[in-house]
Ligand binder design. Structure first.
Ligand code: CUA
Length: 363
């Protein structure tokens, strides 16, 4: 029975390893592998203990059950040998678990050993989306963290609102993002051209479940650098008189209170000079910072509103039908798509195609 239960549990755990479902059992980097090893070692130890204890219990229940002619068994008071055995064995088991865990703690707190290269990233938890700032490149993006493969990523974690938790199951375990307490972590991906799901793992408000992000691993370092070069540039300038130019006017009139676009409503790719603690570190408010994501290269992203929607650009033809366009859905009624979020706009229906066209042009 215990074997059947064990197999059933294992099969439940393994069903989590589907193609698109994030799983700690499918690690894609050294940090996640170390964490997954701790899981497997403890699971195996626990399975051996479980099978052993349940086996003896079931055997004894059957072998020593009461029968009509059973004599009264001998009555025992204390047995030093047995008591030593059941103290020493659990102590040894716990020491084994402890040593594996402590090794794991040191593994995840230090740069992974598969590369000498490092990139710095500051991740800001907002309600409810993730912003990523690259201090070496002076660029900022949202919803998707782009990294090169085989490179140590050093992430500093900031929040100025509530506690979030940064988790990329295939790459790294959870680390809380706490206002006033700066955490940091390391991870690294050893597969190229892959995208991994990231999750906020600490309840942070009504849209906690919709605070997702992607970690996109580029083909190689050059691929990452060309993406970075693009992100550092000012926004594309629409041709005068075009639909995009009209959209830019709509943006300037309706969106700049919360969103920045470099070259349009702000001069640098980030919103203020990052101080040593990172930017937007006033614990009480978005001090000097805009509350919404920077949209300078929005058209190069593939998620909208903290991963609530895919940015399906193929369905967003501004000249034609926008009924399946998620960007249009989001802009026309953000409270319907993600109730409780900070975005409240009142874009006139007739302005929607222009705004969609403009945002789409921001590659
Ligand atoms: Cu942020 Cu949950």
């Amino acid at each position: 029975a215990s074997l059947v239960a064990g197999l059933a549990l294992t099969s439940i755990l393994l069903t989590a390893c589907g193609e698109n479902s994030p799983s700690i059992l499918d690690p894609a980097g050294p940090i996640a592998r170390s964490e997954s090893n701790v899981f497997w070692i403890i699971l195996i130890i626990a399975a051996v203990v479980f099978v052993g204890v349940e086996g003896v219990l079931i055997y004894s229940t059957i072998r020593f059950r009461e029968r009509p002619d059973s004599p009264t068994p001998p009555q025992i008071h204390g047995n030093t040998t047995v008591e030593l055995i059941w103290t020493i064995i659990p102590a040894v088991v716990l020491l084994a678990v402890l040593s594996v865990t402590i090794k794991g703690i040191f593994d995840v707190a230090t740069p992974p050993a598969n590369s000498n290269k490092t990139i710095e990233v500051t991740a800001y938890g907002h309600q409810w989306w993730w912003e990523f700032y690259y201090p070496e490149y002076k660029m900022t993006t949202a919803d998707t963290l782009v990294i090169p493969p085989h490179t140590n990523v050093h992430v500093k974690l900031y929040s100025n609102n509530v506690i979030h938790s940064f988790w990329v199951p295939a790459l790294t375990g959870k680390t809380d993002v706490i206002p006033g307490h700066d955490n940091e972590k390391w991870f690294s991906a050893d597969t190229a051209d892959k995208t991994y799901v990231g999750i906020c793992a600490e309840y942070c408000g009504t849209q906690h479940a919709n605070m997702r992000f992607d970690v996109k691993v580029t083909h190689d370092n050059n691929d990452f650098l060309s993406w970075a070069q693009l992100q550092q540039q000012a926004a594309a300038v629409p041709a005068p008189g075009s639909l995009e130019a009209k959209g830019q006017e709509v943006f300037k009139n309706q969106c700049t209170t919360c969103h920045g676009i470099v070259g349009v409503s702000q001069s640098t790719p980030y919103l203020q000079d990052p101080n040593p603690a990172g930017r937007c570190d006033d614990p009480t408010k978005d001090n000097g910072c805009l509350i919404g994501p920077n949209l300078t290269h929005f058209g190069s992203r593939h998620l909208i509103a903290g991963g609530v929607l895919d940015y399906n650009q193929q369905d967003c033809n501004p000249g034609g039908d926008l009924s399946n366009c998620n960007l249009a859905k989001w802009i026309s009624d953000p409270q319907k798509v993600k109730p409780g979020n900070d975005m409240s706009v009142n874009v006139d229906k007739s302005d929607l195609p222009a705004l969609v066209a403009y945002l789409e042009s921001l590659k």
